[in-house]
Design a protein around this ligand. Structure first.
Ligand code: SF4
Length: 174
């Protein structure tokens, strides 16, 4: 029987949630025997594949590229998991939300550079007016809270999903 196809994605976040995935240490080897990692910052695949069984997504949605990508992932994935508080509440990536996009761009790209002349070109995806949690854009099936979520919780959820069960997250915080 084919092994479940798993992906991990880093949207607008600090990569700390992916660091927690690494903190599973030797348990990663057990999981590697039970699944195929088909897309991830750890895998040299450029295009998000079809027929993904489970995706763990870190970070909120703050620009047009991420918005489009979220829809693509949803179309191609059976079980969509929001990994961490930035994905679930937008958390730190929402710190810019009280400010206008134009002011954020000025502050980040112009005011903090030596000659004040730097601006992003078309090679940088346009910011959305607000950074938002993923479930405001697409349906999310499972939420793994934490900043970052613990390695134990990620391991529990992934193990349950790979075994075809729905993880009972609330019981893990009781
Ligand atoms: Fe980083 Fe915390 Fe956001 Fe994860 S939830 S991306 S650890 S700030």
């Amino acid at each position: 029987m084919a092994r479940p196809r798993v992906a991990t994605v880093w949207l607008e976040g600090c990569s700390g949630c992916h660091m927690s995935v690494f903190d599973m240490d030797e348990r990663l080897l057990e999981l590697a025997d039970k699944m195929d990692l088909v897309y991830s910052p750890l895998v040299d695949t450029k295009e998000y594949p079809e027929n993904v069984d489970v995706v763990l997504v870190e970070g909120g949605i703050g620009n047009e590229e991420q918005l489009h990508f979220a829809h693509t992932m949803r179309e191609r994935t059976k079980i969509f998991v929001s990994l961490g508080d930035c994905a679930i509440t937008s958390n730190i990536v929402a710190y810019r939300n009280p400010f206008r996009v134009a002011d954020v761009i000025e502050r980040v790209f112009a005011e903090t550079t030596e000659d004040g002349s730097t601006r992003p070109g078309t090679e940088v995806p346009a910011l959305l007016p607000y950074a938002v949690p993923i479930h405001e854009i697409i349906k999310v099936d499972v939420f793994i809270p934490g900043c970052p979520p613990s390695a134990d919780l990620i391991h529990y959820v992934l193990t349950e999903l790979l075994e075809g069960r729905h993880p009972e997250i609330r019981n893990r915080f009781g």
